[in-house]
Design a protein around this ligand. Structure first.
Ligand code: ASP
Length: 586
């Protein structure tokens, strides 16, 4: 037996037992005649002790030769510690070692294997196996494992079948950019890695599987933003013979189950909001409901008093920042600079301070009387001590900018607490999204999403505004301002699907060439169906109050899409290219 116990098992009640442990030397403290080694494994840490007074000289010499991260096997007796600590669960005991075997040596690691490591990002990624040895990172990966296992448990109990779909599929121009894979046996032809199993899961419904799920890798060749990975994982699901309501209930159930089983938290029923309402109240389709600061439309109240900037704006929108009346000139200037950064793009910021003594100060009091400003304060529900922040301009843009400012103020005021969970269903997304550059409509969710029944007649319209106003049976699950899931009821009628492709600018030939298999399947008895996919990495991160999904992926890529450990992507040799019929571009 390599070990009788793990490094997190022994307690004071075990004193006197003879045990064998195995693990890594986390820290070594050598006090001359006394030497301690903290032995670490996945489960925890147990202290080994060597004392010249009773440790045989040969054994002491072995102990002294141990370096950080050596792999050890130690046998001995559990004894009560003289200097106890409550920092670790085994803090009341130590092992008086009688036998020590060095199972493997280790070079001195390039950074410390501790929660607060001294290793920079690049170094940690290059030596990911050492990074993964750090407790904080290891716990994240174990959390993810538990989340996957509980997901499988819940869904299989609900009658979902786990079915794999292929990774080598066909490239389509819709959606994000595909990763392509050359086919050796079909020179000049390429597979694409799936951006999601969307069409396959729909085909599985046509095939009669009724309830499908898969915890599956998806690939999107996008420019990487902070929280994106070129490969990421989804909990991908599809159901047949269901209404939207059945899907929302099933996956609200899954989310509640995961919070209960993995975090021990009971979530109340999830509130719901339409997309339009979310945009109006929060300027975002994924509002963070951990705090208020809802938008107030002050357009009518603010216009007509001679302030040109407001008078010419489509919208004047405000939020009330609680307790911020004491902001200094400097703080406001800094906030103004913040909204003017190109990432936000506001042209300026107007404030109204409602001092604790009831007096009102504003950056625009040249144009507005105290009574005017008091009206704004009242409309926004401001209390003495609060400050209004106003942005103006084109409605859509202003909403976006104010949403960023709202989130920033929420963070500055500590209103976005990581342990506080506020889920939300956002419903009735628009079917289409106009793309200025491409000068055409794109599907807001994807081309297989069903328009709302009542909006189907609008599909024949030529009017852009009419088409823009179409709503879809599409929904997102939002948690603390992060979209953790999204899905829709699908089109299952061939003609309707063809009409939708036409709206998206496909000729019938293009639709046939790219999605003929799906259109074909719809001619052989496709049941009504719908589904959802959760971003699994993101779900794990948000449940932990973490911002980065990277910490929840065992082997993530860096911002350039590189795996620093294995050094990928990399060049391949000419022979391999020849086999694939590919030429190297100089
Ligand atoms: N396949 C979709 C996505 O990846 C999710 C869905 O509609 O089920 O976003």
């Amino acid at each position: 037996m390599y070990r009788t116990h793990t490094c997190n098992q022994l307690r004071l009640a075990d004193a006197g037992k003879t045990v064998t442990l195995a693990g890594w030397a986390a820290t070594i403290r050598d006090k001359g005649g006394l030497l301690w080694i903290d032995l670490r494994d996945r489960y925890g840490i147990t202290q080994l002790v060597f004392d010249e007074n009773y440790t045989a000289p040969e054994l002491f010499a072995v102990a002294r030769s141990v370096g950080r991260e050596f792999v050890l096997q130690a046998s001995g007796t559990v004894i009560e510690r003289a200097a106890k600590t409550t920092k670790i669960p085994t803090g009341e005991i130590e092992i008086k070692v009688s036998e020590l075997k060095i199972l493997n040596k280790a070079k001195t690691p390039p950074f410390t294997i501790q929660d607060d490591t001294d290793g920079g990002d690049e170094l940690r990624m290059k030596y990911r196996y050492l990074d993964l040895r750090r407790n904080a990172v290891q716990q994240n990966i174990l959390f993810r494992s538990k989340l996957a296992i509980e997901t499988r448990k819940y869904l299989s109990e609900q009658g979902f079948a786990e079915i794999e779909t292929p990774f080598l599929i066909k490239s389509t121009p819709e959606g994000a950019r595909d990763f392509v894979v050359p086919s050796r046996m079909n020179p000049g032809q390429f597979y694409a890695l799936p951006q999601s199993p969307q069409t396959f899961k729909q085909i599985l419904m046509v095939a009669g599987f009724d309830r499908y799920f898969q915890i599956v890798k998806c690939f999107r060749d996008e420019d990487l933003r902070a929280d994106r990975q070129p490969e990421f994982t989804q909990i991908d699901c599809e159901m047949a013979f269901v209404h939207q309501e059945d899907i929302l209930n099933t996956f609200e159930g899954l989310t509640k189950y995961l919070f209960q089983s993995v975090l021990g938290l009971d979530l109340p029923d999830f509130p719901r909001m339409t997309y339009d309402e979310a945009m109006r109240r929060f300027g975002s389709d994924k509002p963070d409901l951990r705090f208020g600061m809802e938008f107030t439309d002050l357009t009518a109240a603010a216009q007509g008093k001679g302030f040109q900037v407001f008078d010419s704006a489509e919208s004047v929108l405000g939020i009330c920042a609680p307790g911020c009346a004491e902001y200094s000139r400097k703080q406001i200037d800094e906030l103004t600079e913040w909204v003017k950064r190109p990432q936000i793009g506001a042209r300026g910021l107007v404030y109204v301070k409602y001092d604790a003594d009831g007096s009102i100060k504003s950056s625009v009091d040249k144009f507005y009387s105290a009574d005017d400003l008091k009206t704004w304060l009242d409309e926004c529900g401001a209390q003495p001590g609060d400050m209004l922040l106003l942005l103006c301009g084109e409605t859509e843009k202003t909403r976006k900018q104010l949403s960023e400012l709202r989130l920033e103020m929420g963070a500055r005021l500590n209103l976005r607490q990581p342990g506080d969970f506020k889920p939300l269903w956002v419903l009735d997304f628009p079917l289409l999204e106009w793309d200025e550059d491409a000068n055409r409509f794109f599907a807001m969710h994807h081309p297989f999403t069903s328009p709302k029944q009542a909006d189907i007649p609008k599909m024949d319209s030529d009017d852009q505004a009419t088409l823009k106003s179409m709503r879809a049976d599409a929904y997102d699950l939002v948690l603390n301002g992060v979209e953790i899931g999204g899905g829709s009821i699908r089109i299952h009628d061939r003609d309707l699907q063809s009409r939708n492709f036409r709206l998206l600018g496909f000729t019938p030939e293009q639709a046939e060439a790219q999605f003929g298999f799906l259109l074909g399947a719809f001619e052989y008895g496709a049941p009504p169906h719908g589904g959802i996919a959760f971003g699994f990495d993101r779900l794990a991160a948000v449940m932990n109050g973490a911002n980065s999904i990277r910490d929840f992926i065992a082997f993530p890529k860096n911002n350039m899409g590189r795996d620093m450990m294995i050094d990928a992507p990399s060049a391949v040799d000419q022979g391999q290219l020849d086999e694939l019929g590919l030429k190297m571009v100089e």
